[in-house]
Design a protein around this ligand. Structure first.
Ligand SMILES: Cc1cc2nc3c(=O)[nH]c(=O)nc-3n(C[C@H](O)[C@H](O)[C@H](O)COP(=O)(O)OP(=O)(O)OC[C@H]3O[C@@H](n4cnc5c(N)ncnc54)[C@H](O)[C@@H]3O)c2cc1C
Length: 479
């Protein structure tokens, strides 16, 4: 591997695993604390990456300061505690796979429980609404299995690098008879939009094919994808992390606008409560979502321009959730569990409040790609009456009469319009798997973390936590 050359996902995984070694040997230069008795480390952004990083640094006695632009912590995780009183509804990051070890470990360490969705007894069956028809039961299972087998074969014979040169749409067109108009094709395209947040033409085939092959393997070994949620909502994990870090070290409403490094120090320009100020430190961990980084002047940060450009170009999903409160799970009377995939405005659906003793329930509808980008309404707030009516009519097609129990107060969370996220999560464009910037290493005094900075679990809360903890290990090795 040539130093500085872009890494493939697999090479990057190996590199990330070797990070500590490199730091403590010769790879990452140590720092002299610039005239302070203790090193000061700034963390920009208080999503899960920033909080997981700060928790490790605080535990090691580092003088850590966290700067968060919003008036709340948690970033792209956001729990609504009002929509179904006494219950909780996730408006951003939600599900945790069985193999998301770092996320599960962090919850356990913070004393936060997990809700095991496989242990729930959910009445009703999944139904999909595609190509104008309600599809019941296991209608797609045979075609799904054939697609997974094709993915495993293509991964073996073509390899990730060749697949990366194709879009997911091109690969699906080769693998699915009747693409793009058959019911199965439309169902698969809707799944891509929901899972990756982008239309199939905007996704690297390497990502889709690797995941399909992996899902098939996980199904054989019984590992569940999307098996857990944080019991009580991700807000519980975020609050627990804040109290361990120390709320005095975390500043809300503090937008970092520039980062410079010179003379062995980093300087942050911060628009904070009380006015604009400059914060000085020894190292900085930047956890900003890729598109948001362009709002921060990093020209004199010591990070090469091509790395900054590479980050800003990372493909981002446009997932939006529109969540409708109901008095009761009225769809179950019609035999529908609430789970489904559709090529219409409802996209992927599930009961947001499953397994909870809430007053009422809520149904989440999730779309991505062009649908997610142009969903009506604000970034976070009340959904428009027209978009709710459109969705309730579709719900009624799947479970006749279900909309009778709908309550007022539906909300929309359009993450692509959120100025501090500018997207839902990263998803490689065609060709980007091979040219992803290497963010598992520092550039001068600047370390990167965030879901997009984890080579193995980008897109997930798991990637955010792993990258934050990796950055903390690197920082500690330097101090
Ligand atoms: C709709 C949706 C559904 C999802 N579903 C799942 C799921 O089921 N499972 C899963 O694992 N993941 C899911 N995710 C992804 C997951 O939520 C993210 O990968 C993860 O939360 C990202 O964490 P992060 O710390 O990297 O970034 P963020 O949470 O975005 O944190 C970055 C922080 O930086 C702050 N910030 C921005 N600009 C500035 C600035 N200039 N100065 C200071 N602070 C700034 C932001 O406000 C934010 O708090 C979902 C995301 C969305 C949006």
């Amino acid at each position: 591997m040539t130093p500085g050359a872009p890494l493939t996902r697999r090479q990057a995984i190996v590199a990330a695993g070797g990070v500590l070694l490199a730091a403590s040997a010769a790879g990452i230069p140590g720092i002299a604390t610039a005239g302070r008795s203790r090193a000061r480390v700034h963390v920009v952004g208080a999503g899960l990456a920033g909080l997981a990083c700060a928790e490790r640094l605080a535990a090691a006695g580092v003088d850590v300061r966290v700067w968060e632009a919003r008036n709340r912590l948690g970033g792209r995780t956001l729990t609504d505690l009002q929509l179904a009183p006494d219950g909780w509804v996730e408006c951003g990051g939600e599900f945790i796979d069985s193999e998301h070890a770092a996320m599960k470990r962090l919850c356990a360490a913070m004393g936060v429980g997990l809700q095991d969705l496989e242990a729930l007894d959910m009445p009703g069956q999944p139904r999909d609404l595609v190509a104008g028809r309600v599809q019941r039961g296991e209608w797609a299972s045979g075609a799904d299995a054939r697609l997974a087998a094709r993915a495993a074969r293509d991964l073996r014979t073509m390899g990730e690098a060749r697949l990366d040169r194709l879009s997911a749409a091109t690969w699906l067109a080769r693998a699915i008879t009747g693409w793009p108009s058959s019911a199965f094709a439309r169902y698969r395209a809707a799944l891509v939009r929901g899972e990756y947040g982008v239309d199939p033409a905007a996704l690297s085939a390497a990502w889709l094919v690797t995941d399909l092959a992996e899902d098939a393997r996980a199904a054989e070994t019984g590992e569940g994808t999307e098996r857990y949620r944080v019991d009580g909502g991700t807000v519980r994990l975020v609050s627990a992390l804040e109290s361990v870090i120390g709320s005095g070290r975390v500043t809300r409403g503090a937008q970092v606008t520039a980062i410079t490094s010179s003379g062995g120090e980093v300087k942050l320009a911060v628009n904070a409560p009380g006015g604009r100020r400059v914060e000085v430190g020894d190292l900085v961990v930047v956890t900003l979502p890729p598109r948001v980084l362009a709002d921060v002047d990093m020209r004199r940060s010591g990070v090469p321009r091509d790395v900054l450009r590479g980050i800003e170009k990372i493909g981002m999903g446009t997932n939006a959730k529109l969540i409708i409160p109901f008095a009761r799970a009225s769809w179950q009377r019609a035999g529908w569990s609430g789970d489904g995939t559709s090529d219409t405005a409802i996209g992927s659906t599930w009961q947001a409040t499953m397994g909870q003793r809430a007053d009422g329930v809520a149904l989440t509808t999730l779309v991505g790609g062009a649908q997610g980008a142009r969903i009506a309404g604000p970034d976070h707030g009340p959904a428009t009456a027209a978009s709710v009516d459109e969705r309730l009519a579709l719900v009624d097609r799947i479970a006749p009469g279900a909309s009778d129990a709908a309550r007022d107060g539906a909300v929309v969370h359009a993450w692509a319009r959120d100025p501090f996220a500018r997207g839902s999560y990263s998803a490689a464009r065609p060709g980007q798997d091979d040219s992803w910037p290497d963010l598992a290493r520092p550039y001068g005094l600047v370390h990167f973390a965030g879901e997009h900075a984890d080579p193995d679990y980008s897109g997930y809360m798991e990637g955010a936590v792993r990258s934050g903890q990796r950055a903390a290990r690197q920082v500690l090795a330097r101090l």
